[in-house]
Design a protein around this ligand. Structure first.
Ligand code: SDX
Length: 427
């Protein structure tokens, strides 16, 4: 691979360095493009543009490969637990037993949320979407933790990380408890992180909560599968908000809002709603595949397609197997799973989807499992956010420690040329 790329504009040649990544990805470094040529690049949706160098996650969309810090998603989902993977993403190495215990205990020190946060929560109507409430509560955490993080100070950074991991999980479940009119639960420091999620969500004061290890294990795996995904929409949001040196809670709050969108993390809720609509309309999957192909119909097959994966999303493969296992273990026979499998089969044999490399993504099957676990559909994207939190933290930390410049893209102006002001009586 040559070390430079040549660009010719108006007969003049310009040379730019070529950067090659660990897995031989090739990038043209255009940091000096505008200064040298007066020109910028234009790339709506950044389909061809890299925003940063990163050591956290590698994915190969053509091969369907996903690795966190070099470890395959298959190995991590099979052999690690969520906090172990969170540690790996944030600190760069798999923790030993002592490090993992310390991390878990240090998170436990920050699982109490300021009681005054409850009055903010009560300000929302019970019908408010949990993702909107979560984004607001996450931002509100800044009011109770006003000291901005000195990222250069290792202890301050570590405490901010543990505080975020501890408090985010609690307020995420509060969004559900508020919606249901249930009393708010507190983290139980004698139990694990994912066990606490189930308790915080479903434990009611009138009877002991019966933990189902099969659900905890499946959820732990699902959180791992959602933990990071390089520069996706919400992670890029966290990085660009953090690049202005806004605090960690404010940056994560922005990431929650970006994830909410149905084209991104909100797709897991949209998939379930789509499957329910198909089921309620007689289960005619072919009709919906036709709708998805019809350019005049805004309907898209939710849970299908991906900006990067032009092959199977490796997470979807793992989740599809987990869906079978969890439903089998719980003795749940969900017609929506059968519809999802039919939809996948019909779509993958259809030229429209094959020619566009549209495969099921991480959101296609996850909702089926959440539903079998008794998670309400409006909480699906909140679970995505809980899984993605360590990735957002890791990426924010890397961006700040690398002293990356404030994110400020340019544009091509296509509006009116200069014109004289007109008084109102002349318009
Ligand atoms: C996530 O980036 C990440 O890593 C995200 C994520 C993560 O872990 O952070 O992986 C999580 O967000 C997964 C994606 C969840 N979203 C959905 O399932 C929503 C449905 N999918 C699409 O909206 C779409 O596939 C996107 C948004 C995921 C990707 O869109 P792109 O890359 O911008 O592709 P595109 O919209 O330009 O589509 C290319 C073509 C178009 O047709 P043509 O104009 O070429 O004729 O494919 C078609 C699109 O119309 N197409 C679909 C489709 N997705 C793309 N047609 C029908 N159904 C779909 N789902």
């Amino acid at each position: 691979m040559s070390k430079t790329a040549i660009l010719e504009i108006d007969g003049k040649k310009y040379e730019f360095p070529v950067i090659v990544g660990t897995e031989n990805e090739v990038a043209i470094d255009i940091e000096k493009l505008r200064g040298a040529t007066g020109a910028i690049t234009l790339d709506p949706g950044y389909k061809n543009s890299g925003s940063c160098k990163s050591e956290i996650t590698f994915l190969d969309g053509e091969e369907g490969i996903l690795r966190y810090r070099g470890y395959s998603i298959e190995d991590l989902a099979d052999k690690a637990d969520f906090l172990e993977v969170a540690y790996l993403l944030i600190f760069g190495e798999l923790p030993n037993t002592a490090q993992l215990e310390k991390f878990e205990n240090d998170i436990r020190k920050h699982t109490l949320v300021n009681e005054e946060m409850k009055s903010i929560l009560e300000g929302f109507p019970k019908t408010a979407h949990p993702m909107g409430v979560l984004s607001s509560l996450t931002s509100a955490l800044t009011a109770f933790n006003p000291k901005s993080v000195n990222v250069e100070n290792e202890k301050e950074m570590y405490d901010a990380i543990c505080k975020t991991m501890g408090k985010f999980l609690v307020i995420a479940t509060w969004t559900y408890r508020r919606r249901m009119g249930f009393p708010l639960n507190y983290y139980d420091n004698t139990k694990g992180y994912v066990e606490n999620f189930m308790r915080l969500m479903f434990e009611i004061p009138t009877e002991p909560y019966k933990m189902d290890k099969r659900i905890v294990d499946a959820l732990d795996k699902l959180f791992i599968l959602h933990a990071d995904h390089e520069q996706n929409c919400s992670t890029s949001t966290v990085r660009i908000v953090g690049s202005s040196h806004a605090g960690l809670f404010a940056s994560i709050s922005a990431g929650v809002s970006a994830l909410w969108g149905p084209l991104h993390g909100g797709a897991n809720q949209a998939v379930l709603e789509m499957l329910e609509e198909i089921n309620n309309n007689g289960g005619d999957v072919a009709k919906y595949v036709l709708k998805a192909k019809d350019k005049d119909d805004p309907f898209r097959l939710m849970g299908f397609g991906h900006r990067v994966y032009k092959n199977f999303d490796p997470r979807a493969t793992i989740i599809k197997k987990a869906a079978d296992d969890v439903l089998d273990a719980l003795g749940v026979d969900d017609p929506l799973l059968d519809i999802a499998k039919q939809l996948e089969k019909v779509a993958l044999e259809d030229e429209y989807f094959k020619s566009r490399n549209l495969y099921p993504n991480v959101d296609f099957y996850s909702g089926i499992i959440y539903r079998a676990m008794g998670i309400p559909v409006e909480m699906f994207t909140v679970l995505f956010a809980i899984g993605r939190l360590p990735g957002w933290i890791a990426q924010w930390k890397e961006m700040r420690l690398n002293k990356e410049p404030i994110g400020r893209p340019r544009q091509v102006y296509t509006g009116s040329p200069s014109r004289a002001f007109k008084e109102i009586n002349q318009r």
